[in-house]
Design a protein around this ligand. Sequence first.
Ligand SMILES: [Zn+2]
Length: 279
Amino acid sequence: MKIFFKSSVVAFALFTLILACQRVPLTGRKQFVGLVSNEQMITMSFAEYKGFMDTSKVVSLKAKDAEMIARVGGRIKTAVENYLIQNNYSQVIDGYQWEFKLVESKELNAWCMPGGKVCFYTGILPICKDEAGIAVVMGHEIAHAIASHGRERMSQAMAAQGITQLGAIGAGVATGNQQVMEIAGQVLGVGSQLGFVLPNSRKQESEADKLGLIFMSMAGYNPQNAVDFWQRMAEAGSKSQKPPKLLSTHPADETRIADLKAQLPQAQKYYQVYSGNKK
Ligand SMILES: [Zn+2]
C-alpha cells in the first residue's frame, strides 16, 4: 500500500511535469511553460501593449512605411497561421489579436509581444532598407511569440523563485504577488522582453533566428536577406558610439551570421515551395 502510494505520487509529479512542458513548432524543442497559461500571458501582454501605445506616437497607416509594416506582417502572419493549423499547433495562437504598428522613435528596435502585438520603431527602417529587410525582423519577432518564449521565461523565472502559480489576473493585470509582477515586468516590459535577462535567452535568440528564416520564406521573402540585414546591423553597431537597442539584446556577431548562413538551405526549401505555388 505504502509502495503504491509512493509510486502514485511520483506518477502524479511526472504527469504534472509533462503537462507543464510543450514542444516548440518546427524546432521540436521541449520547453517548460506550465506555470503561466497562454491566456494569462496574453492578458498581461495586452495590458502592457495598451499602456505603451497610449503614450507613443503611432504612424498613420496612410504613410507608406506604416502600410508596408502592416503588409509584411499580414503576409507572414497568414503563412505562419496556415502552417500551425496544418501541423496541429493552432493552440499556440489561441486568443491572438494581431496588430502591426510603426511608432516614431529613433531607437533601432522592434518587438512582438505574446498575443501577436508587433511594433517597429522608425529608427530601424534604414537598416531594414526595404520590404525584404522588414520581413527579416518581422519573421524573427513573430518567431519569439510563436515559440512561446515569453511564457517560457516567465515560467522559468517563477520556478527559480519558488513560485508555483501566477495567482489571480484582474482588470487586465496580474494582482497580488509582487514578485510575479516584477517578473512579468522583466519579461514583457517594452524593449526588455527581448533582453538577455535570463540564461536561456541566447538559446531563444538562435531559435527565433531559425524560425524567423523559415517564416519569412513561407511568406515568399528570400531568406538570404537575413544575412544581409544582420551584416548591416553589425555595421551600424560598429559605427555608433552607443550600440543600438536591438544590438544590445541581439548581438550581430560572427556566430549569429554563420549560424544563419548554415540554416539558409533549409529555409530556401520553404521559399522554393512558396515560389513554386505562385507559378
Ligand atoms: Zn530576438
